[in-house]
Each structure stands twice: as structure tokens, then as C-alpha cells.
Design a protein around this ligand. Structure first.
Ligand SMILES: NC(=O)c1ccc[n+]([C@@H]2O[C@H](COP(=O)([O-])OP(=O)(O)OC[C@H]3O[C@@H](n4cnc5c(N)ncnc54)[C@H](OP(=O)(O)O)[C@@H]3O)[C@@H](O)[C@H]2O)c1
Length: 345
């Protein structure tokens, strides 16, 4: 039976993983495009990667919008969402209306941040949601052109809040099904050459999300607030390096209190993350800095706001994160207000 995958958010991450999934046996990958629709419908995606070489990926179907995908009559096994997570701007779970078929479709989220799964679980309570965290460096340099720079690590786990990890025999049928669908999705990624794809439990995947937040919540806002510093530049600056370490420690000491268990010993420590960033001279900036520089909205809520709120619900404050959040939110709001003023003239 053909496995049908639909990508919503066919930018850097979405198109890169789409191009790998399309190589799995009996798998057809289609995309819903937005600003890159004209380019992709004419020429497909051109992908350049140090690991996989240069190739063209032509989606099975390229849709200009959700309605076209609904009208195609195709039934989707996996709907992978890799838009920028901007819950303060738009609820992207809405786009899945009419596309999710209960009992057949699973939703796969490949996005940074915490709490990204909730809107999908709320809107589609009977549907399996898989939560994905990727460490990859990729960019869409022009419409339909994807530059993969490095790394291919993608960790995927079923989103089963409230369920205890444990022996399969103790799980409900819905949980067993979610674990099985998760396993199959990771197999598809591996079949597409993504050897670093890894299957996780719900609890461990949430630990991976918190650990990634330690990196994103320290580097991303600090780069924007320091005027567009590179990761390497920040890690090598004594004061800024100390600040990054402090933010990472705050996140990593809060995570076990929120999750109710220690983070695995194999996860990199703040010192290890800093040392590797000090050595990485690629000159790369966090995506949030690029979003800010290009006048786009930043993923502030899922990277800063949600961790703060989730911790606060447990009575824990994260003062370093809170300061970054407050400053960045106001910076963004001021820019939006300036734009509105200019629009009025
Ligand atoms: N890039 C990386 O190296 C990297 C690494 C790790 C994690 N991540 C995370 O992965 C997620 C995706 O990031 P990205 O870098 O791939 O972003 P991106 O290149 O900006 O791609 C997002 C894509 O989603 C599209 N989109 C947004 N709303 C849509 C809608 N309603 N309908 C159809 N398409 C829509 C955008 O279209 P438009 O162009 O029209 O806006 C864009 O093509 C983020 O959460 C990010 O933090 C990224």
C-alpha cells in the first residue's frame, strides 16, 4: 500500500525531510506551498547537501493551498507540519482541517519549542500526534532552493501527555498504536537515508525538547538582543558566554522539576554546548536573528513564553528567560507599532 505524506511548511526543514522521505519504499510525498509555490510547481525543489549531494526533489503533488490538497481526494498517512511555530500570530492546526482522517492520518510536528503539540491535540483529540525535534542546519536560500549545511539528527516520539512510559502491555490501544505509528515513521526516515533518525518515548522526547530549549532560549534571543551576534561570537565573549551558560543552566535545572525526572546523563551539559559552539567557526547565526533581520515574526512564544508559563504552572520562575522574553516581546511589539504608524501615513 502506498504511504502518502503531506508536508505543510515546505521551507528549509520541511522540504529537506520531504526529499528524504520520498526515497522510502512505496512513499509519495506531496507539499502545500505558499510563497514558493510558483517555483516548486515549475521546477520542484533543488537540494544541496554536503551529505547527500545535489539533487532535485519533485513532490508527488504540489498544492497552492489547503483546499487543493483536500480536493485532491488523497488520504494522508502522515501530515508533517514544519512551519515556524507562531501561536501568537496564527493557529496552524487550522490548516489541517479537512485533511486529517481519523484512524488513518497521523500528525507529525517538526518544530522548535515547547507546547507546540497542544493546539493539534486539542483540535484532533482522536488523532495520533508525533512530536519531532531536529538538529539540522538548513535554509531556503531562494524559493524552492534548499541548502542543507550540516547535521541530520531528528528525534521523534508519540505525544501522549498523561501517559506513563512503561511496558507496552500496560498501555491503552491508542497509546500502542501511537508508538507503532511513531516507529514506522522513523523507519521511513531511515529508509530515506536519515540514519540519525531516532525513536523516542513521549517522556524522553519531552526531555529532548527541553534540552533543545536550553540551546534555543539562550542563543536565539541573545543574538537578537546583542545586535545579530553569531553563536560562536557569543560563546567566545566572556560576559556573553557566562550569560549563555546561566540561561542554559536555568533551563536544564527547571526541566527535571517540571518533567518529574532527571534528564539523561548522555545529554550535553552547558559547558559542552559552549565548548562546541566556541569551536564552530561557521559564522552561523540563530534562525531567530535571521527572522528579526528579515523583518519576520520570531518564535518567541514557543521558545521563551511557553517554557516560562509551563514552569510557572508548577510554581517555578525562570528569571533569566523571563527577562529575555519581556525584552524581546516588547522589541517586536515596538516594531509592529512602528509599521502600523508608517502604514497610517
Ligand atoms: N532551519 C533550520 O536549520 C532549523 C533547525 C532546527 C529546527 N528548525 C525549526 O523548524 C521549523 C521550521 O523552520 P524552517 O527553518 O524550515 O522555516 P522556513 O524555512 O521559514 O519554512 C517554513 C515554511 O512554512 C511555510 N508556511 C508557513 N505558514 C504556512 C501556511 N499557512 N501554509 C503553507 N505554508 C506555510 C512558509 O512559507 P512562506 O515562505 O510563504 O512564509 C515556509 O516555506 C521551525 O520551528 C524552526 O525553529 C529549523
Amino acid at each position: 500500500m502506498t504511504i502518502n505524506v503531506l508536508i505543510i511548511g515546505a521551507g528549509a526543514v520541511g522540504a529537506f525531510y520531504a526529499s528524504r522521505l520520498a526515497l522510502a519504499p512505496s512513499t509519495q510525498v506531496s507539499v502545500i506551498c505558499r510563497s514558493n509555490y510558483a517555483a516548486v510547481s515549475q521546477r520542484g525543489f533543488s537540494v544541496k547537501s554536503p551529505k547527500y549531494g545535489s539533487y532535485t526533489f519533485t513532490p508527488h503533488r504540489t498544492f497552492a493551498n489547503r483546499q487543493e490538497a483536500v480536493d485532491s481526494g488523497l488520504l494522508w498517512d502522515y501530515i508533517l507540519v514544519s512551519t515556524k511555530a507562531l501561536p501568537d500570530v496564527v493557529d496552524d492546526s487550522e490548516i489541517l482541517g479537512g485533511l486529517v482522517k481519523e484512524g488513518r492520518s497521523a500528525i507529525v510536528l517538526v518544530q522548535n519549542g515547547l507546547g507546540v503539540e497542544e493546539p493539534y491535540k486539542k483540535r484532533f483529540p482522536g488523532t495520533t500526534v508525533l512530536s519531532g525535534v531536529t538538529i539540522v542546519s538548513a535554509a531556503q536560500t531562494e524559493p524552492g532552493v534548499i541548502k542543507h549545511n550540516r547535521w541530520t539528527r531528528i528525534s521523534v516520539g508519540p505525544y501522549l501527555p498523561g501517559a506513563m512510559d512503561g511496558a507496552m502491555a500496560t498501555r491503552s490501544d491508542g497509546e500502542k498504536k501511537a508508538v507503532e505509528i511513531n516507529r514506522k515513521f522513523v523507519e521511513l526516515l531511515k529508509a530515506g537515508g536519515v540514519e540519525d533518525a531516532e525513536e523516542y518515548s513521549h517522556a524522553k522526547l519531552q526531555m529532548v525538547r527541553w534540552h533543545k530549549i536550553a540551546i534555543n532560549a539562550s542563543m536565539n534571543p541573545s543574538s537578537v538582543l546583542s545586535g545579530g551576534s553569531t553563536n560562536n561570537g557569543m560563546a567566545n565573549d566572556p560576559e556573553l558566554g557566562l550569560h549563555l551558560k546561566g540561561v542554559m543552566e536555568e533551563v536544564l535545572s527547571t526541566a527535571p522539576k517540571v518533567l518529574g525526572c532527571e534528564l539523561p546523563k548522555e545529554f550535553a551539559t552547558p559547558e559542552q554546548i559552549l565548548r562546541s559552539t566556541q569551536r564552530n567557526t561557521s559564522g552561523s547565526k540563530p534562525s531567530m536573528a535571521l527572522d528579526w533581520e528579515q523583518g519576520r515574526r520570531m518564535e518567541i512564544e514557543v521558545i521563551l513564553g511557553n517554557p516560562i508559563r509551563i514552569a510557572r504552572e508548577k510554581g517555578i520562575e525562570m528569571p533569566r528567560l523571563q527577562s529575555l522574553y519581556a525584552l524581546l516581546r516588547m522589541m517586536q511589539e515596538n516594531r509592529e507599532n512602528r509599521r502600523k504608524e508608517v502604514g497610517k501615513l
